[in-house]
Design a protein. Structure first.
Length: 247
């Protein structure tokens, strides 16, 4: 049995992380009466932050809890190996690394996303694997709306040229993301919902007053917020950003 720091959640350094890993281990032992193998997958951008143990000492008591640790940043120097690896987790790592690398370059972000999707086909994964990995890449590498439309258009052309059988599934995923052409009101609502979900993952539950402000944003402002939130680390960042927007 193993405990993990979930990939979407442990995206930044945290002072109490090692203690939290220890608490997870204790809870599993308390519930199942069995010691777990604890492994932390760190997907933050701080190369120096590498927690792998929790220590506690007091008179007559001393404890050292050591756990496994994988730092996704370490795979930056193994890109060619990742590309050649048929393990689906290699795609997960590449998507995460590209999401970090292109945070401030939307155009390169789109090209990286297309490249990763093409690799899904070239690696000859089966239909189910392609759809599942596509969903993950689409969730991790978020594009501004103007580039999202370009992405879908180029992807359709690529699939049609190669006579790929997955276009229907890909189009359906696009519809769920609210980027497929349709009624403008539905597209706008889908974008607002997506931004709110991403904000919740980045900074926690968004208070109702802030949600009201987000609901009042124009489409161009929503696109700007979708890019800006990649740098948010707390609700105060969102508060400052909202305060800077014209009403």
């Amino acid at each position: 049995m193993a405990t993990y720091a979930p990939l979407p959640d442990q995206a930044k350094s945290e002072a109490s992380f090692a203690e939290r890993m220890f608490v997870y281990h204790l809870r599993i032992f308390d519930r199942f009466h069995s010691h777990a193998t604890s492994l932390a997958i760190l997907c933050d951008g701080n190369d120096k932050w590498r927690p792998n143990q929790y220590r506690f000492s007091s008179p007559d008591t001393e404890l050292t809890f050591q756990f496994g640790m994988v730092k996704l940043l370490d795979y930056r120097e193994q890109w060619v190996t990742l590309e050649q690896n048929s393990n689906p987790f290699a795609v997960v790592v590449m998507a995460h690394l590209k999401a970090q690398e292109t945070r401030r370059d939307s155009r390169q972000r789109k090209e990286s996303k297309l490249s990763l999707i093409r690799q899904l086909y070239e690696q000859r994964y089966d239909r189910r694997e392609i759809v599942n990995l596509f969903r993950f890449i689409d969730w991790v590498i978020i594009l501004p709306k103007r580039l999202e439309r370009e992405f879908w258009q180029e992807l359709k052309v690529y699939e049609e040229e190669r006579r790929m059988p997955y276009i229907t599934s890909v189009e359906r995923i696009g519809f769920e993301r609210g980027v497929e052409q349709g009624i403008e009101q539905g597209i706008e609502q889908g974008e607002r919902s997506l931004v709110l979900r991403l904000l919740t993952r980045r900074v926690g539950e968004v208070p109702e007053p802030m949600r009201t402000q987000i609901e009042a944003l124009s489409i161009p402002q929503l696109e700007l917020l979708g890019e800006a939130l990649l740098d948010f680390t707390s609700l105060s960042d969102l508060e400052v950003w909202l305060a800077s927007q014209p009403h």
